[in-house]
Write a protein of this length. Sequence first.
Length: 212
Amino acid sequence: MKWLAFCLALLNLGLWFLPDRLALPTVSPQVAGALPRVASLKSVEGVSAEANGESICLTVGWFKSPAAANAVGLASELDYRVEPKEESLPPLHWVLVSPQPESDAKAQADVLRAQGGDVYVVAKGQYRNAISLGMFESVKAAERLITEKKLENLNVTLAKFTRNRIGYALAFEVESSRETEVLQAVEADYDGNFDFIERNACEGVATSEKNP
């Protein structure tokens, strides 16, 4: 009986202390209130992604005039800038009657026109008072005309006519993830294919309407 009573006493003590040992830890209301909510976490994540978003500058061209470039830029509904650019073109091969006194050059030009030639007297520059017989992209075509005119006893020479072209390009600042989308939208508003598309770091662009 004594052993039974002793065992029952131990069992009662165990049942008294066991719930405290099995209870899960709790968080005080003050600590729980300091934990971030899911909505707050999403907001912070969104700001971080935007701050770290990469922007690039897309430049497309050529346009023949600022008006043509602006028309495509406005249709895109994006911020843009029109950029004039000078492009060097291959020189033309210029067939000339060598320079001479102005009166002689004009008289000879009149004779050549009467024979059906499309000629003019050069008014200024290095070849002033020479007579232009034609410009050619092909050097062989120019040389054929020189051979022909020498048979007519004309004092002809071959010169290079350097030339440049002023074109206009559109620059857009876009997120890198929207590059393809923006290009497709701009191409849809342009009748033809662009001569070039450049992708560079961008310092910022704005429409001409926004510029001071």
